[in-house]
Write a protein that binds this ligand. Structure first.
Ligand SMILES: [Zn+2]
Length: 286
């Protein structure tokens, strides 16, 4: 089914396709508007000659800004970890939006049975509900990352509010003895002033290579397909053991597919490595 190909526009669920289309239309619209505001009707001489090139560059700039904000793995201005380079046949598993029972515990059971380590980007609000699960994640050798306290889209927040979301998470975790320097933005959306907060608090921004929209419950077969086809070494795979701050969302579809997916990775010769092993040879700094 080519319509489910990872990495193509058609693989994206329709609601995101619509969103992307709107962003592109907005990009063209804002670009054209800015251009006409700057140059007005003065289209003679040198401006007239450079008109098409300038319009194209402005359009490119607007699209770049949209991509910078909304494409999690895209930042031309500084390194961003979205893929592990320098090692053959490795994959990194990450789970976002937990803890969420009983699914987080079931994932931990599965990983334990196979001797695998993953990274869990927890939400502070969910961790308050399941402190025992948080402790178990650490005790079993997995890594924990900060995914904010309540999963508010950071692009709607100023610097102080972003710091508040990150520190809200830290306040929940500190009594459990948990500290981290890994951060993942809700939806992967980012703004320049997010980096100011992360730099000040010494966090590394972690994106991903393969998001499969597992929270949309696409069906077991499609989910399997999205998680396995065109697999390449170094991919950081994004899965969800919770769904934002919802109370006990159903993640059973993922749990049904995950053993098969892990079998497939193993059979293809891939080693699952934790982010803690990612020190050098990565496409970013950590
Ligand atoms: Zn999330």
């Amino acid at each position: 089914m080519p319509e489910n190909r990872v990495g193509t526009f058609l693989a994206v669920p329709m609601k995101y396709q619509i969103m992307i289309a709107i962003f592109w239309i907005l990009g063209v619209g804002i670009g054209s508007w800015l251009f006409s505001r700057i140059f007005g009707a003065k289209r003679r001489g040198i401006v007239g000659a450079l008109w098409p090139a300038a319009q194209f560059l402005l359009f490119l700039a607007v699209v770049t800004v949209f991509a910078y904000v909304f494409v999690p793995s895209f930042n031309p201005f500084r390194p961003l970890l979205s893929r592990v380079a320098g090692r053959e046949k490795v994959l990194v598993l990450t789970f976002d939006d937990g803890p969420n029972e009983p699914f987080t515990s079931e994932i931990l059971d599965l990983l334990k049975g196979r001797g695998l380590k993953a990274t869990f980007f927890l939400l502070g609000k969910n961790a308050e509900r399941y402190p025992e699960v948080v402790k178990r994640i650490v005790e079993e050798g997995h890594q924990i990352g900060n995914h904010t306290y309540s999963h508010r889209p950071l692009i709607t927040l100023d610097e102080t509010q972003i710091a508040g979301e990150i520190e809200g998470w830290e306040k929940v975790m500190a009594p459990l003895g948990i500290h981290t320097n890994l951060f993942r933005a809700p939806h992967g959306w980012k703004v320049p002033w997010l980096y100011s907060v992360l730099d000040r608090k010494n966090y590394q921004l972690i994106a991903w290579t393969r998001g499969v929209w597992d929270t949309d419950q696409p069906g077991e077969e499609i989910l399997f397909q999205r998680l396995t086809e065109h697999l390449a070494s170094g991919e950081i795979i994004l899965l969800h053991d919770g769904i934002e701050t919802r109370i006990e969302p159903d993640r059973s579809q993922l749990l049904k597919v995950l053993p098969r997916v892990l079998d497939y990775y193993r059979d293809q010769g891939y080693e699952i490595i934790p982010l803690s092993q990612v020190k050098n040879g990565i496409s970013g700094e950590i």
